[in-house]
Design a protein around this ligand. Structure first.
Ligand code: RP5
Length: 160
């Protein structure tokens, strides 16, 4: 299995997961991507979550919308850190996904990012990996420095 495994509840979640996949690739992190649903394929989710640690995975990102139990269900079946990425739904604007991902009971945390926050989900996973990887930490420093420089540079384009 990959260092970071991304699990989406549906292939319709792909566009939300894409920024996480892209930033992980940009940082050179070995990443796997799966469609598996807590409700439609509970056996397969249990299998992936319970085997991940012994197969070398370090972080799992769970991407889901509506009654978004995927991240919590994975967290229930592993000791690995789980990042929850709520997907905006058609009826409740993602509030349903956000609350069903973030409001975990004591003992089973899910590190939940913003609704649609794919980039931050990927970056958070990279930050976790960087605790034990000096080269990833250096890349994170360079990423932050570029972000700072870009914001400062953007002042030059202001027209008012
Ligand atoms: C959730 O239901 C999925 O994560 C997705 O966000 C949402 C809708 O899934 P589909 O009906 O498009 O497969 O389980």
């Amino acid at each position: 299995m990959a260092t970071v495994e991304i699990v989406m509840g549906s292939k319709s979640d792909f566009d939300v997961a894409a920024p996480a996949i892209n930033i992980l690739k940009e940082f050179g992190v070995d990443t796997g991507v799966h469609v598996l649903s807590a409700h439609r394929t509970p056996t397969e989710v249990t299998e992936l979550a319970s085997q991940a640690e012994k197969n070398g995975t370090k972080v799992i990102i769970a991407v889901a919308g509506k009654a978004a139990h995927l991240a919590g269900f994975i967290a229930a079946n592993t000791v690995l850190p789980v990042v929850g990425l709520p997907v905006k739904s058609s009826f409740l604007d993602g509030m349903d996904s956000l609350l069903s991902t973030v409001m975990m009971p004591n003992g089973v945390p899910v590190a939940t990012v913003a609704v649609g926050g794919g980039l931050n989900a990927g970056l958070l996973a990279i930050q976790m990996l960087a605790l034990g990887d000096r080269s990833l930490m250096d890349k994170l420093r360079a990423y932050k420095a570029k972000m700072r420089a870009d914001v400062i540079e953007s002042n030059k384009d202001l027209k008012f």
